[in-house]
Write a protein that binds this ligand. Sequence first.
Ligand code: 5AD
Ligand code: SF4
Length: 464
Amino acid sequence: MERSIQTISPEEAERQRFFTEEIRSLPQKPSSYFVVTYGCQMNAHDSEKIAGMLEGMGIHEAESREEADFVIFNTCCVRENAERKALGNITWLKEVRKRNPNLMIAVCGCMIQEPGMAEVILRQYRFINLAFGTSNLHKFPELLYRALNANSNTVAVEDRDVIPEDLPIVRARKEFAYVTVMYGCNNFCSYCIVPYVRGRERSRDPERILREAGELCENGVREIMLLGQNVNSYGKDLQDGTSFPSLLRQLDALGIPRIRFMTSHPKDLSDELIETMAGAKHILPQFHLPVQSGSNSILHAMNRHYTREQYLDRVDTLRRAIPGIGLSTDIIVGFPGETEQDFRDTLDLVDRVRYDSAFTFVYSPRVGTAAASMAGQIPPDVSSRRIQELIRLQESLQQDTMKRFVGTEEEVLVEGLSRRSRSEVSGKGKHGISVTLPGSEEDIGHILRCRITGLKNNTLTAER
Ligand code: 5AD
Ligand code: SF4
């Protein structure tokens, strides 16, 4: 099916500004909001946009969800437990509403975009005032206006891929900002629901990305994280020949001190990108490269389009070009048909690569994906044993891998006071690893030079 992809039009943007103003003057508008975010960085960034739109309506953030009279759940559906957690919390709010009849509840994000979910909300969760999918995010002011004036719940989901531009954003941190470079995914990995809920790949106009990044730089942002489900295919849908490496080179020239990006698909990781990173001044020596499995037959069944040998070659090339690079990954265990040998292949790959961190998941069947109806679904006790073994291996290797930083110089962007002590701060080093070092509140938002002295759990410790 052809989908129409377009940036939201000036008329549409004007329409949403109109509803923003209308809500501002509504006597029955909520006075405070709280956004509860589940899932990935994309969702975290969408929540910053929701907050931006609400502030524009004169509705301000509450200290906690208990104090808010408008609670928004920005949901994730990538695994079943993310969904279950969200639904559990939403149901809990139903009780809260009995005490506060004016409480408004909105649910948005990927879960709402799942086929059939809108009907479920209408039927089973009648107490939800407003539900809208990711494709309707830019229409939030209009939808909220409708919900505030309606007696029944308002549900909006569209099967249309848009590129939302110019939405107001309240950024969670002063020194760090997410910048979306592309939306959606075309890969249809057989386990993954993302292409169904976030639509087809669509790249933002490079001029807009550069303008946004330039403004962030002028406003003192020290680090940007470029976001996309598969940033390596950025630009394939553009007419002007911009690719991800060429975008990176232009961003690097702006002078923002630190640039990171995620996520990359190994099949699209080009030599040009690696060379660009190696030659850049501000792109951090860090790479998130999800492998998902170390077994060729499972990789094939996952529709990943690379072999373990090709993956290992990409890792070698990255390490040769950028010595000491920080590597992280995502791994799924218990994919349908995964034999003990397939799992051993995953352990073996992890042992060979020696990641600085790994996000490990038990396969979770998602309705509508190809893998959900594959033969050979793995019993939970087997998956659970496998993931524990994988975590144990990763933890033992990680301690060893991270030792390479001890004695080296690092630059840390300070995020906040350390949880352990008020005379320590913590933040991320260039390689993407958490570092704790002596400091105070005044250091937050600054990049500090330090020397790594040791290792505590998965955090590096340093002195200045
Ligand atoms: N089950 C388990 N893990 C999944 N992921 C995506 N879909 C599923 C699923 N159905 C994992 C992948 C992906 C990460 C964001 O979530 O490892 O890289
Ligand atoms: Fe999902 Fe695969 Fe797309 Fe990543 S690349 S979002 S795992 S379909």
